[in-house]
Ligand binder design. Sequence first.
Ligand code: ADP
Ligand code: MG
Length: 388
Amino acid sequence: MSTPEASGEGFHRAFGRPPEGIWSAPGRVNLIGEFTDYNDGFVLPLALPFATQACVARRDDNLVRVASAQRLEGGRFSVVDAALDQLRPATTSGWVSYVLGVVWALREAGENIGGVEIHIDSDVPIGAGLSSSAALECSVALALHDLYGLKLSLQELARVAQRAENEYVGVPTGIMDQTASLRCRAGHALFLDTRTLEVRQVPLDLEPAGLTLLVVNTGVKHALGDSAYANRRRDCQRAAKELGVAALRDIAPEKMDAFLAQIADVVVRRRARHVISEQSRVLEVVGLLESGRLAEVGPVLSAGHWSLRDDFEVSCAELDTIVEVAVASGACGARMTGGGFGGSAVVLLELAAVQAVTMAVAKAFATRGFGTPEITEIVACDGASRVA
Ligand code: ADP
Ligand code: MG
């Protein structure tokens, strides 16, 4: 990860002075509970050891100046300027919208944010389903919150960041990513009820049990993603409407079959089956983790993957390969994580199996003509904080 010193130097190179402080916000991987967040359901993310750092200093005029070490032009910082009173949703495109969106959303929430200089540096893989977007939003949101002495709760700040992404950038995501980036705790997964926004820290004591997690970044993002996301979301709303409930989370998993039989369209029925069964998988995984039956989580993860592949139809050959090969070479279980059609998968396995599984997945990717996967062993880290 980029050190605070290196990020501070980046700020200095972009703006010619030191920052007032540095804030760091992690990416996340969702252990289980995929596509449940826009159905008011449960999710279980953990914060990654990859994070985005925002170096920030206030200005005494109304200018917002933004630069990112991941968006250099010809090796030089390209600083984007925007006037505070000109910030309007959907008027800018590209990465700066995520930053300007946070400033806009805070001001919309009635907070008196003035001009600022913001420099971004990150080691969260971008567009890999590990939520570099929330890491970016949350690092900026927390920085502005602290610098301007705001009194928002972390959950309120997550809402601000979500609003930036939904309304300013125009991406209709749920509340999971921002909540995870702000509220996760080291050594724990965050059990979040996306309807009530209640959270419970669930211990993830993998190492004493001889277990660990791998994140496998396929390095691909198949084009289908955006329209498929919107279609799935619409199908879920349609299913809830047909079943006469506010959201699919209101269907008890034990009554799933009876309810599903009432849905006429076979595709909509399968989408609903994924969401309702995924709800019970989240509860199952939380129960297993809390009772120390860690290895048994594996098959539940794999079952979640097959449901995403067959019922929700958001997987792809690369992701299926990771799950098949990881399990065949000794992993406890694995699943795609994030929006699908590429991005990343998460694998639960014994420490002793890391090498065999890593080699088997890399070999299968080579044999099948896929790119080189990026495989990283991870631990559950803390959510966002001030680091300097
Ligand atoms: P994911 O959140 O899975 O990484 P998204 O498509 O939601 O993928 O968000 C990725 C976008 O977020 C990038 O295309 C870019 O606009 C913005 N972004 C994320 N991190 C950075 C960064 N460090 N510097 C500049 N832009 C970033
Ligand atoms: Mg994102």
